[in-house]
Design a protein around this ligand. Structure first.
Ligand code: ZN
Length: 201
């Protein structure tokens, strides 16, 4: 048994923090100590923000985004193009695209990607709801913004097959050279994809 340096309340705080992505037991201990030292200026507001989040955050019934209103801010924004739906695996991907101000469209969050190894099948994802949205006459493009991984791409193929009778154009993100990337440092798969996806200059 390792020596215990603090009471059960503090140990519990450390154990919970250690379950956050990117934090192991050591950084969780450091984070807990930091919070305790900043009890008034950080720990109390953080606890209040967590409580508010528990009470107010909902999953959008249209797109699967998370927000404090339902349907979410993105779905109810009249300035967004209603004709295009960007399909993402997770809310984090939606937020990343929004940070980049990449497109002024609506989204659809699948809740993951198909993964036979992890036991994730079509019924575990929000695929049926996407197919339904794609049949809305106002929608004319489905943009598959999925990871360039085996699971991401097999999910994209699966969805494309399901959408063959919807009157929509199905597109996917380009694969290729990242902005600022040097060719000599890229892997062969990325270079080959970049050549295949070349565009007129
Ligand atoms: Zn929404």
């Amino acid at each position: 048994m390792p020596a215990v340096a603090a009471g059960p309340e503090i140990e519990r705080l450390i154990q919970l923090l250690a379950r956050l992505p990117g934090l192991g037991p050591r950084s969780a201990r450091r984070a807990a100590l930091f919070l305790i030292k900043k009890r008034e200026t950080l720990m109390a507001p953080l606890a209040a923000a967590l409580q508010t989040a528990i009470e107010k955050i909902e999953v959008c019934r249209v797109c699967g985004n998370i927000d404090t209103q339902n349907p979410c801010t993105v779905c109810t924004d009249a300035r967004r193009d209603p004709a295009a739906i960007v399909v993402v695996a997770d809310v984090a991907d939606l937020w990343a695209l929004e940070r980049a101000r990449a497109i002024n469209a609506r989204y659809h969050v699948l809740g993951g990607t198909l993964s036979p190894l992890d036991g994730v099948g079509p019924d575990d994802l929000s695929i049926a709801a996407l197919v339904k949205r794609a049949h809305d006459p106002a929608v004319n493009e489905i943009i598959l913004a999925l990871n360039a991984t085996v699971d991401g791409q097999s999910t994209a193929h699966y969805i494309t097959d399901l959408l063959h009778d919807a009157k929509v154009k199905v597109t996917r993100l380009a694969h290729g050279v990242p902005v600022g990337g040097e060719l000599d440092y890229l892997d062969e798969g990325t270079l080959a994809a970049a050549i295949r996806s070349r565009t007129p200059f």
